[in-house]
Design a protein around this ligand. Structure first.
Ligand code: ATP
Ligand code: MG
Length: 582
């Protein structure tokens, strides 16, 4: 059965424009269903129109018509109950103005991302203030007669005398699942051009760290996929491991490789970039996207050109986003790249706020700046859901000086450091981990049994090698056993070289370590070790699949498995050496 078509006619002075037409159509479709036609007929109607549908229904929206309607409804009101008017009178008579507290302050100076405000007597530290042009700021300095405030946007047209309102709220960021895969700024707003993020929760950016009762000690590994780190400086879920080194020594590369290695491991990664070039971060996001790592990663970005206040709050915002997931019982990995630039942004703010400078011109509370951030990483107890947040803060040193102010502070806060050295980096030893100066204070408890057993004495062997290394210059005068030890040490160092974006799985690391530490690779020339390692892994994944799966899934290494690895590796090494004439 076909539905009836309704014909509507508008009588008006002028034809309706497109927008008016679509509004009419919406109304008509709602009232009469989808089959409606609409036409216009000219008629002189001052200020309004009349709408006639099917020559039956009549909607009068002319001036006269509206007045008529008003009059009739007034009549109705009077007729309906004579007590309406006295009631209104009564209400008006009894009306008392309500006193509402609204503190209004005045800007006394503004510039460089800072404003000083007078007249806000009850404002609290960390409160958000609203300026006349819509810019928000956060109270950072409470003085006797005025308040220092950092601005979250360009100061633009904030000038002396313009008004400021209190909001009685502290700074917060939106948090939620929908942020995964996105690039946001320090305030949680998307900056990747992929549209709005729909989130229902916000969290304060500053939050007290979980207490002792709410934590348990680190007990699960957070694998980086980097042989040099997982074998010697294992990191556990909930640990804070510093990555420290000069500029361009592969600090970011280690953090990014760790993120890449979390694929399919149900870990949410957050990369907080502070004071870096926007182009570098765009490249990095693209890189993560290409490798499928953006499916579980959030990037919080405060670029070098952002105002110092935004750079200052970026890590706290990232941490708040991470805490949301941690409290849901998930594992989170957060990278702060880097905290030296963060400290510099804070120094800028503090100096502008007029705080007295201390060592290296940093303010007195710069230790608290980072300790309160890094303390928020934790392995929560089972009662609290068992979630964890592992932090990888990055610090840049100047000419390898780890005793500068910020590096020493952060070394003392974290549970260990991976020290990257430019000399090693330039010598081609990448990742340039300095085995002597790096340490992981708690991760050993979290290392899987298989890794612990396989890695065995690698640190000791490398320490011995480093001591003997000085003798390499006298190579011709050395006895055979020393020579063999040197070759073994060099081989180990070579084995620890690893290409960027090629994280190794646990079983792969176990195989390499078992083979190398059992001196099975001594027949391979030093410069062929990395190539041979690749062949060895390919050989194992093809011919010893069940062994590989067993190690990967159980995290243990039986004695017979170890024996099997060593035998097979030795055999392959000898065979390859014979084939290639090594
Ligand atoms: P910056 O101080 O500029 O932040 P950084 O210390 O973070 O530098 P990266 O940007 O990670 O260093 O790396 C510097 C360069 O070294 C990059 O070009 C990177 O591709 C290269 N690199 C890093 N790690 C490796 C590696 N394992 N193998 C080969 N190249 C590497
Ligand atoms: Mg970097």
């Amino acid at each position: 059965m076909t539905e009836k078509i309704h014909h509507a006619v508008i009588f008006a002075d002028h034809p309706p424009n497109e927008e008016q037409k679509s509004r009419f159509m919406t109304f008509l479709r709602r009232e009469y269903g989808p089959n409606v036609t609409l036409n216009w007929e000219k008629e002189h109607i001052p200020k309004g129109f009349r709408l006639v549908v099917d020559e039956e229904d009549f909607y009068d929206w002319s001036l006269d018509g509206r007045l008529r309607q008003l009059k009739s409804s007034l009549k109705e009101l009077r007729g309906e109950g004579s007590n309406v008017i006295p009631l209104i009178r009564e209400t008006v008579r009894n009306w008392k103005p309500k006193v509402m507290v609204e503190e209004l302050g005045t800007v006394s100076s503004a510039g460089d991302g800072i404003a000083t405000v007078t007249g806000l007597d009850h404002v609290v530290y960390g409160e958000i203030l609203l300026f006349a042009n819509g810019v928000r700021g956060m109270v950072q300095d409470l003085r006797e007669y005025e308040t220092g405030c950092i601005l979250f946007d360009e100061d633009g047209d904030i000038c002396q005398g313009s008004p400021v309102w209190r909001t009685e709220k502290t700074a917060g960021v939106p948090v939620g699942e929908d942020m995964i895969g996105r690039v946001v700024n320090s305030l949680g707003a998307p900056i990747d051009g992929k549209g709005e993020i729909s989130v229902r929760h916000t969290r304060p950016i500053e939050n007290p760290a979980p207490g002792i009762i709410d934590r348990r000690s680190v007990f699960r590994p957070m694998q980086t996929g980097i042989l040099a780190i997982d074998s010697m400086f294992p990191i556990g879920c909930g640990q804070r491991e510093l990555i420290i080194g000069d500029r361009q020594t592969g600090k970011t590369a280690i953090a990014i490789d760790t993120i890449l290695n979390q694929k399919d491991k149900d870990v949410i990664c957050i990369y907080v970039s502070i004071g870096q070039k926007a182009s570098a971060v765009a490249q990095l996001a693209q890189n993560l996207r290409d490798q499928g790592a953006m499916d579980y990663t959030i990037i919080v970005h405060a670029s070098a050109s952002d105002p110092a206040p935004l750079q200052y709050i970026a890590p706290y915002a990232g941490c708040a986003i991470g805490e949301y997931f941690m409290e849901l019982g998930k594992d989170v990995l957060i990278v702060y790249d880097d905290l030296s630039k963060h400290a510099v942004a804070y120094r800028t703010l503090s100096l502008l706020l007029g705080r007295s400078p201390g060592r290296e011109a940093y303010p007195g509370d710069v230790f608290y700046l980072h300790s309160r951030l890094l303390e928020r990483s934790a392995q929560l107890s089972d009662e609290k859901g068992g979630g964890s947040m592992t932090a990888l803060p990055i610090v840049e040193t100047q000419a390898g000086d780890v005793s500068a102010y910020i590096p020493t502070n952060i070394i003392s806060i974290t549970d260990g450091q991976i020290f990257l050295e430019s000399n090693l980096f330039f010598a081609g030893q990448r990742p340039a981990v300095n085995v002597g100066l790096s340490v992981s204070r708690v991760g050993g408890d979290a290392q899987t049994k298989a890794m612990k057993k396989a890695a065995g004495a690698i640190r000791l062997d490398l320490a011995q090698y480093r001591e003997m290394e000085v003798f390499t210059q006298f190579a011709s005068d050395l006895d055979d056993s020393t020579k063999a030890q040197l070759v073994y040490g060099q081989g180990l160092m070579r084995l620890l070289r690893q290409d960027q974006s090629h994280p190794l799985k646990q079983y792969e690391q176990v195989i390499l370590l078992c083979a190398a530490l059992d001196h099975a690779l001594t027949v391979v020339p030093i410069d062929k070790i990395n190539g041979f390692a690749r062949d060895l892994l390919a050989y194992f994944s093809e011919n010893h699949r069940t062994l590989c799966d067993r190690i990967e899934q159980s995290g243990t290494l039986k004695d017979e498995d170890r024996e099997e690895i060593v035998q097979a590796a030795r055999q392959l090494a000898v065979q390859t050496a014979a084939e290639r004439g090594w």
